[in-house]
Write a protein that binds this ligand. Structure first.
Ligand SMILES: *Cc1c(COP(=O)(O)O)cnc(C)c1O
Length: 376
């Protein structure tokens, strides 16, 4: 069986963990945490980068930093992972879902302005599959209506919009190092703060509502409880693992892109015959090879193809169940019924194919052969 995903270890993870253990400093904000954060700030130009224990945590931090309260409205794409909406719903915000583009599962940028009311506080966008949303449109709308923007870049490490790294454009960016992402630490995440005025408070919220960071920098002579927050920082063991991975970022990306391109070439003829739709890249977006997906005609074809692949030893999966149809949104928080046909279509018709570092090109060719056979 070709699995859907298999975590890739670069080799030095356990050595760095051992180094952290032996150093005697295993809680958070130690030398590996600082090395990882410096890596992100230097390589991608984020004004401030703070490691978190997950992308979900990083999203929760943005909700606290933006002071999201009951009565506020937050615009979120429906076709995304639960956390993109949950982080704001748990602060009591009303979630207003946006539809996907017809040519891509990402948010339909042009539909966003119509969703804004006097109560709107923030726009959350997701760079689905690491493919950039049109950030000029989003940032213009945000400027015009005085809103804050969070880039959910969970899937978007080392991907760019018009040469700008994703996660560096909105007021905040969030990343995930869950074992299914390009760079991993088991569970793990990152928040980027691109608007300087939020940095001091971000460090406080990160450290359980205390000004401990300022204390250790010698900026205050004692530390105490000064704000809301939680324990968002990961232990040094996780940071040590992550740092080993970051040292191999380019190598990992190169291999993933090679596999991605193999899929794209091998699937070209099925696309030409109109049987499937391959991922689309607007000219402003790069490919970080986070995911290879195809879109088929309908739910039945999707389920039949998944079954066919399984019978051929290939574990492919469908992806998000659009959140505007979820039980929690409709029944528990009594969200408004929204008609989002594109999000529904991706829920029913999108298939993700196996893509991980140790997948081999001949396996990609085998997977495509199985797909071709299905359509014959
Ligand atoms: C993976 C993912 C998340 C959640 O990341 P965790 O680190 O598991 O919390 C959030 N949003 C998107 C778009 C994701 O792909």
């Amino acid at each position: 069986m070709i699995p859907f995903n298999k975590p890739f270890l670069v080799g030095k993870e356990t050595q760095y963990i051992e180094q952290a253990v032996k150093s005697g400093k295993i809680s958070g904000d130690g030398s590996f945490t600082k090395k990882c954060q410096a890596f992100f700030e230097t390589k991608f130009g984020f004004k401030k980068a703070l490691l978190t224990t997950s992308c979900t945590d990083a999203l929760e931090m943005t909700a606290m930093l933006m002071d999201i309260k009951p009565g506020d409205e937050v615009i979120v794409p429906s076709y995304t992972f639960v956390s993109t909406a949950l982080a704001f719903a748990r602060q009591g915000a009303k979630i207003v879902f946006a539809d996907s583009r017809s040519d891509h599962p990402g948010i339909d940028e042009k539909s966003v302005e119509n969703l804004i009311t006097k109560k709107t506080k923030a726009i959350i966008i997701v760079h689905y599959a690491g493919v950039a949303c049109d950030m000029d449109i989003i940032m213009d709308i945000a400027d015009k209506h005085d809103l804050l923007v969070v880039e959910d870049a969970a899937q978007a490490i080392d991907s760019y919009y018009k040469d700008k790294p994703l996660g560096s454009i909105g007021h905040f960016g969030v990343f995930s190092f869950h074992e299914t992402k390009n760079i991993i630490s088991g569970e793990g995440g990152l928040i980027t703060i691109n608007d300087k005025k939020f940095i001091v408070r971000a460090e406080i919220i990160w450290e359980k509502g205390t000004n401990r960071s300022a204390f250790f920098k010698g900026e205050v002579d004692k530390y105490g409880w000064v704000d809301t927050g939680s324990s968002f920082l990961p232990s040094e063991l996780i940071a040590a693992f992550l740092y080993a991975q970051l040292e191999h970022l380019q190598e990992i990306q190169k291999k993933r892109i090679l596999l991605w391109n193999t899929y794209a070439e091998e699937l070209a003829s099925l696309q030409q015959k109109g049987k499937i739709i391959k991922p689309v890249f607007p000219e402003f977006a790069t490919n970080n090879a986070h995911m290879f997906y195809i879109v088929v005609k309908n739910l039945k074809e999707r389920d039949d193809l998944l079954k066919h692949l399984k019978n051929n030893g290939v574990h492919a999966v469908f992806h998000y169940l659009s959140l505007h149809k979820s039980k929690y949104y409709l029944q528990t928080i009594k969200g408004e019924v929204q008609n989002l046909p594109e999000a529904d279509r991706y829920t029913e018709c999108l298939i993700r194919l196996p893509l991980f570092y140790n997948l081999e090109e001949h396996q990609v060719r085998y997977i495509v052969q199985s797909i071709n056979q299905f359509f014959k």
